[in-house]
Ligand binder design. Structure first.
Ligand code: MG
Length: 256
């Protein structure tokens, strides 16, 4: 069942979104060769709490971290670890989420570690573009399939694979609510998008095959062919006026 939010509830979700976005930006600024993903995680948790939030991921289904940190061929849900040290040329997807007053914010970005290859740079640019296209489609009058179609069209035109097994989601009092928001689909199909729906739109795009593999820790997901993958995500409210991004800081707000 889709839990639509009132304008006041959407307003209330902005604080969880602001913290999620601030933490993602600040963690991203600390991405550099030599730092471990556990250090990034500890920084993120401290900042979430300092800002008045609760880490949304910590303990979720038993997940041990406050961020997900997924490097290169890792798609999503990497567990932060002291043994995982970033090195020049890596890309790292970081997913952060905060809870404030029971409302959840969820967002992700893939950052370059130092200088990266042109192939990886292009992957980041295309995947970010996919995310913005998905967000742009999150408006009344469209259907759910319009979001997936917008993402898929850009990714596949670039020759990339669109992950199927992991998708975006509704979000609110719970991190994962209905509906599922696939990054593939057909235009003009699926449920109608209505004001009050709040979605986490999160393309996961692979340079090679779209196929994935679940690792034995039960969390980490990697590409089947070992080629790099990128992940960008924002939480967006569908309003009468169009998409309203909630995981943003007022000073860093940009139009969809
Ligand atoms: Mg999400």
């Amino acid at each position: 069942m889709i839990m639509k939010k009132s304008p006041a509830e959407i307003e209330a979700m902005k604080e969880a979104g602001r913290i999620s976005a601030k933490v993602l930006r600040e963690v991203g600024a600390r991405v550099q060769p030599g730092i471990s993903t556990l250090e990034l995680d500890q920084f993120a948790e401290a900042l979430i709490r300092l800002e008045g939030g609760i880490p949304a991921f910590k303990g979720y289904g038993g997940f041990p971290g406050s961020i997900c940190a997924s490097i290169n061929e890792q798609i999503v849900h990497g567990i932060p670890s002291a043994g995982v040290i970033l090195k020049e040329g890596d890309i790292i997807s970081i997913d952060t989420g905060a809870i404030v007053d029971g409302w959840v914010g969820d967002n992700a970005w893939t950052f370059p570690v130092g200088k990266i290859s042109p192939e990886k740079q292009r992957l980041l640019e295309v995947t970010e573009k996919c995310m913005w296209a998905g967000l742009e489609a999150a408006r009344p009058g469209n259907r759910l399939g319009d979001i997936g179609a917008a993402v898929q069209e850009i990714a596949e035109a670039a020759g990339y694979g669109v992950v199927r097994e992991y998708v975006g989601h509704g979000i609110g009092r719970n991190m994962h609510e209905d509906p599922n928001v696939p990054n593939y689909g057909r235009k003009h199909t699926g449920i109608r998008l209505e004001p009050g729906m709040v979605l986490a739109i999160e393309p996961m795009i692979n340079i090679g095959t779209h196929k994935t593999k679940q690792m034995p820790d039960g969390w980490l997901v990697v590409t089947r062919d070992g080629k790099p993958s990128a992940h960008f995500e924002k939480t967006v409210a569908i309003t009468e006026d169009g998409p309203l991004i909630l995981t943003t800081e007022p000073d860093h707000r940009r139009p969809v």
